[in-house]
Write a new protein. Sequence first.
Length: 388
Amino acid sequence: MRRKLSEGIEAAIERCNEAYDGSLSRYAAKNADARRRKPDAEDIRRPYFHDGDRIMHSRAYARYIDKTQVFYLIKNDHITHRVLHVQLVSKIARMISRGLQLNEDLVEAIALGHDIGHVPYGHDGEKYLSNVCEKHGIGRFRHNVQSVRALDRIEGLNLTLQVLDGILAHNGEAHDTLIKPAFGKSWDTFDKEVEACQRALSDHSGILPMTMEGCVVRVSDTISFIGRDIEDAITIGLIARDEVPKECADILGDNNRDIVNNLVIDAIENSYGEGHIALSAETAAALKKLREFNERRIYNHPGVKSEAGKIERMFSMLFETFLDALEKEDHSSRVYRDYLDVMGKDRREEYLDGISDPEVVRDFIAGMTDDYFNDAFREIFLPTKRRL
C-alpha cells in the first residue's frame, strides 16, 4: 500500500509546483503541459522528476555501469565509462538550465536517458550492429532510436512525450551554432520522427527537440565529452596537452575544467531570454575545430581500433546464434533466459506484438554491457575445462 499525503499538505505542494512553473522562463517546458502516452497516476513528484526516477530505476540504466564511452579494452580504471558521461551531461545541462530559468527536472530526465540505447563497445559497436541489422533487413541501427525503444517499448515506462522527444533528438551536429525548438509536437509527430530517424542515412537526422530543455541536453552532450575525452587520451598517453590546437585552446582552454566552463558561459550568454540555445560564432568555430582534432587524434587513432576486426566478427556471430535460438525456440539460450523470460508475461506479450526475430536479437544485443557481451561469446564459442 502506498501512503498518501494529507489533503492540506498535498494542496500546499501543488501550490509550490504551480509557483515553480510560474518562475520559469516563458520558453521553458511547464510541468502542467507534460503528456504521457497512457493515463498514469502521478504522486508528489512533478512529472519530469518522476520520469527521471523511472529511468534511474530501469534495468537499462543499471547497465550503464559497464558500457564503453570511447576507450574500450584499456587497462585503466580512471577513464570515462558511459555511466559517468550521462552524469556529466546531466550536471552540465542542469547548470545551463538554471542559468536560463528552464525546467531542471526535464533536462535531468532527458540527460539520464539519452544514451540508454548505446551498445557494447560504444560507437564502433553501434556501427557493427548496424551492419548486421541491415543484412537482416531491419534497417540501420541508431542509438537514439534504441534509447526510445528501450524505455518505451521494451521496459514500458510510459514516459512523457517531452522526455522521449529530447532523447530522440539529442544527437546533433557538432557545429550547431543555434538550435531552436520545434515547439508543439504531438505523439503522432513523434512516432513519425522515430521512423524518420530509423531511415536516416546519417546519425544526424535533422530532427529538432520540441523543448528548450531538449536543446540544452543536445549542446551539453558535446560539452560533456569534448574536454573529458582529451583528458582520458592524455591519461592513457595517446596525446599530450600541448598538442591541443592553439586556436582552440586560446578560446576554449586546453583542459576539461576550462573547456566546460567556457562553453557553459558562452551558451548562457548567447541564449538568455531567447527562444533558442546558441553559441557565439567564435566559440562554435573553435568547438568545431576541437571536435575535428578529437576525431583525428583520438577517436580514429589506430591504437583505439586495434581490436576492431575481432569485435566486428563477435557481433555477427552472436547475432546469428541468438537468431537461430529464437527460430528453434531454444529456451536454454541467453536470449530467452536473460531477456525474454525475465519480462513479465504482459510486458513480454506487448513487446513481442508485431516484432520480428531479428529485431528481438537487435534489442537484446544493444542492451548488453561490454562484459556480458564478452561472457556470452566465451560461453557459446570457447571451450571450457571440466571434470569428467
